[in-house]
Design a protein around this ligand. Structure first.
Ligand code: C2E
Ligand code: CA
Ligand code: CA
Length: 759
């Protein structure tokens, strides 16, 4: 057989079905019209016409529903099949009714007929609960069903008051009459369920509207029937009878519509609007009415009719169950919300919110807290080259591996994108460094995952604080700084945040901006380091060293900000300020020690400027300081770069009596001939040579000795820099170096010691 033969001829089959459906609808409609005319006109045989009419239309409706079940997608099949069963039961019930009626009584309410109608109610209700927009969960369905039951039960006392209030007590003993009340009640229960399951989507799916109309018609018919029957005014073939086939006809019409174009995705409830408040309150409104009705229904004897009593008990039970369900559902929803709010949807790890919460809690405790911040290097390329789906798969896999690596020694979370974090707190066996190593190991490509081609590595930054020490933002920022340092160090590395790292992380631009204001806002301070006579320990001079008291970063050393100042052209105002301050300080010293001097560092940039001389003379003049009390320190390298004009400038300074020191001597490459040309007054032997005097380094000793002799030959003063130990002091004393500077004699500090003997 060829594939074509297997298929029904595609063009004709649907059209034939459509034609049959149309014919069914037409036929059923005609029957209803004819019956209506017959009954209203009270033509003979009205009772039989009524029975036959209902039977016929119910039969057509059964067939139409089965056909719809065939045509609709599987998700709607059960709905139509159950409706078909309902229609079939209605037809069956009508057959039984007709047979019984013809055989005997006028209103044959036999238990069998009751059972068939009840079965129809059950299938109808089930159909509603299987409609497309009905809740998917068993709890949701149970809740909807209960809403219907509650409305139905609440209507019992209301119906009682409305229908039976004026009926003589003796007549109420007839169960046919009182139980008949159940029919409209059940209709309204179904109608409530329909409203509940129709969902908040507008417009409603057309067939649901028609089914609602069908239910309303039947409720109307049942109510009219009960009212008439109670008063004894009902007879078979009463015009109200036409309502039943009419309600079936509406079902037939409902089957004529195509399935909804888009079957709502049950997972995608984000853009489905919430139902309005009145729809939520709907089942409870009749309850209020029921309470009033119970009071009104009390008979003159003071008794409450038994049916009402039973109904109210059932209503209470239904309400209790409904309440229980709602409470349970709320708990479940809260749990789900919490899960949604605190977990990362892709990896299932805790998200940033939960992580920061845990971090804050950990920081309130009294143990050390460490954070590892992990960023995947090269993950963007994976996303760009292979698409987000691949990226997501990779991310999920890596997240799982990392979680295994952490293995309960910390809390791993996904902070977003390709950024993860691990919180390590409390009593723990593992150090953050060890954990970082484990994480890096876990991310090494293994045999199973070569399919992606690109394998991202990770950079990890670690920050660790003591208890009660820092805010969580500080800790995260520090970890971030360390993470960037790790990135800079190359792939697959981790770094721990140190104060140095933290400082350097503040962006250069920011620092330059701050530096512009530093002079004006008096953030610069001078410290003075004593320069002593090696033989006597007398302090006659001090070197001015600048510090920046940064409002946020604390005290910054010159090495930290002077290069930036040079770069930004800010060195001149700084140097100028330093010269002025140093001169003022020295002027006060000279009150105590008339021969006290001060040394000031001058940058290479300043040396090249012609206004150097003007600046210096202005400073000495302003402070009332003799120029010979001031020494300018210039680095060897700055002097070598200097042109003839620079040398000329130095000579002019010399003529003014200002001292010139060659700083860091020995680190540059000045030849002896060059030294001869510079009009210096002093050599400062770099501390790298002095440091080596400690280790009995003969060459270092020889160098210091040679420079000292050389300086003597050139008639230069000599200062050994960076004297830290007694041994170094002894060495320079033995060599005969006249002056020394270093931590051994005094750290840079306030200038109180100048002019006093070293103790
Ligand atoms: P420098 O001119 O060689 O200054 C001596 C440096 O060595 C100072 O560092 C001082 O604190 C440090 N030092 C002193 N004794 C010892 C010791 O025994 N051991 C060790 N390890 N170090 C010692 P500081 O204050 O950080 O200054 C660094 C450099 O910044 C200075 O080197 C100087 O070149 C420059 N500088 C400092 N203040 C100024 C200034 O006001 N203007 C300019 N243009 N440059 C400055
Ligand atoms: Ca210096
Ligand atoms: Ca120096």
């Amino acid at each position: 057989m060829s594939p074509q033969e297997l298929e029904p001829s595609p063009a004709s089959a649907p059209s034939r079905v459509a034609a049959a459906g149309r014919a069914g609808l037409l036929a059923a409609g005609s029957v209803v019209l004819l019956e209506a005319f017959w009954l209203v006109a009270a033509l003979p045989g009205a009772a039989l016409v009524s029975d036959l009419g209902a039977l016929l239309v119910a039969g057509v409706a059964t067939a139409a529903c089965l056909d719809a079940a065939h045509r609709h997608p599987p998700s709607l099949r059960r709905f139509w099949v159950l409706l078909a069963a309902t229609m079939a039961l209605a037809a069956a019930g009508r057959v039984l009714w007709t047979v019984q009626r013809v055989a005997g009584g006028e209103l044959p309410h036999t238990p069998l007929i009751g059972a068939v109608f009840t079965a129809g109610i059950l299938t109808g209700t089930a159909a509603l609960l299987c409609s497309l927009t009905a809740p998917r969960t068993a709890v949701g369905r149970a809740r909807t069903l209960l809403d219907g039951v509650i409305v139905g039960l609440a209507l019992v006392p209301i119906g009682w008051v409305v229908v039976f209030r004026d009926v003589a007590e003796a007549d109420l003993a007839d169960p046919v009459r009182t139980l008949g009340l159940l029919y409209p009640m059940l209709d309204l229960m179904q109608l409530t369920i329909l409203v509940a399951v129709a969902g908040p989507v507008r417009p409603m799916w057309r067939p649901m509207t028609l089914i609602a109309a069908s239910l309303a018609t039947r409720a109307l018919a049942d109510t009219a029937y009960v009212s008439l029957a109670v008063r004894g005014d009902y007879f078979s073939g009463h015009p109200v009878d036409v309502c039943w086939p009419l309600s079936y006809l509406l079902i037939v019409a409902a089957t004529r519509y195509p399935p909804p174009p888009t079957c709502p995705d049950t997972d995608d409830t984000a853009d489905v609007p919430l139902p309005p408040w009145w729809r939520v309150a709907l089942p409870y409104l009749p309850v209020g009415g029921a309470i009033v009705a119970v009071v009104l229904a009390r008979q003159p004897t003071g008794q409450t009719p038994q049916l009402i009593f039973v109904g109210m008990m059932a209503l209470l039970a239904a309400l209790a169950v409904r309440q229980g369900l709602a409470a349970n559902e709320n708990l479940w929803l809260v749990a789900r919300l919490r899960r949604l709010a605190y977990t990362d949807q892709l990896t299932g790890l805790p998200n940033r919110l939960l992580f920061t919460r845990r971090l804050r809690r950990a920081l309130r405790g009294d143990g050390r807290v460490a954070v590892l911040l992990l960023d995947l290097d090269g993950f963007k390329q994976v996303n760009d080259r292979f698409g987000h789906a691949t990226g997501d798969t990779l991310l999920t896999g890596l997240a799982a591996r990392m979680q295994t690596a952490v293995d309960g020694d910390g809390t791993i979370a996904r902070l977003g994108g390709d950024e993860f974090a691990v919180l390590v707190d409390g009593v723990r066996a593992v150090s953050p460094q060890r954990l970082a190593e484990r994480l890096l190991d876990a991310l090494q490509p293994s045999d199973g995952d070569e399919d992606v081609g690109v394998h991202p590595s990770a950079s990890i930054g670690i920050a660790e604080y003591g208890p009660q020490h820092a805010s969580h933002t500080d800790l995260l920022r520090d970890a971030d700084i360390a993470m960037y340092a790790a990135k800079a160090a190359g792939k697959s590395a981790y770094r721990i945040c140190t104060p140095l790292l933290r400082e350097s992380a503040v962006s250069r631009a920011e620092l330059i901006a701050d530096l512009r204001r530093a002079v004006d806002e008096r953030q610069l301070r001078l410290e003075f380091q004593p320069i002593v006579d090696v033989a006597t320990g007398t302090v006659r001079s001090a070197e001015a060293l600048v510090r920046w008291w940064h409002p946020r970063l604390g005290v910054l050393t010159p090495a930290r900000f002077l290069p930036l100042a040079e770069e930004a052209g800010l060195i001149l105002p700084i140097d100028r300020w330093v010269i002025h301050e140093a001169c003022r300080a020295a002027a006060t010293w000279r009150g105590r020690a008339p021969d006290a001097t001060v040394a000031v560092n001058i940058s290479a940039a300043h040396l090249r400027r012609p206004d150097l001389i003007a600046t210096v003379t202005a400073a000495t003049a302003a402070a009332g300081l003799a120029p010979r009390a001031l020494t300018l320190e210039l680095t060897e390298s700055a002097l070598i770069e200097g042109s003839d004009t620079v040398l000329d400038r130095l000579r002019q300074l010399r003529e003014l009596g200002i001292g010139i020191a060659i700083d860091d001597f020995g680190t540059g490459y000045s030849s002896l001939s060059y030294l001869h040309r510079i009009p210096a007054t002093e050599l400062k032997i770099d501390r790298s040579f002095v440091a080596r005097l400690d280790s009995a380094d003969d060459r270092a000793y020889a160098t210091v000795e040679m420079v000292t002799r050389l300086a003597g030959a050139f008639d230069l003063s000599v200062v050994a820099e960076g004297v830290e130990t007694e041994r170094q002091h002894a060495a320079i004393a033995a060599i005969g170096c006249p002056r020394g500077q270093g931590y051994l004699y005094g750290r840079p500090d306030q200038p109180a010691a100048v002019g006093q003997n070293r103790t």
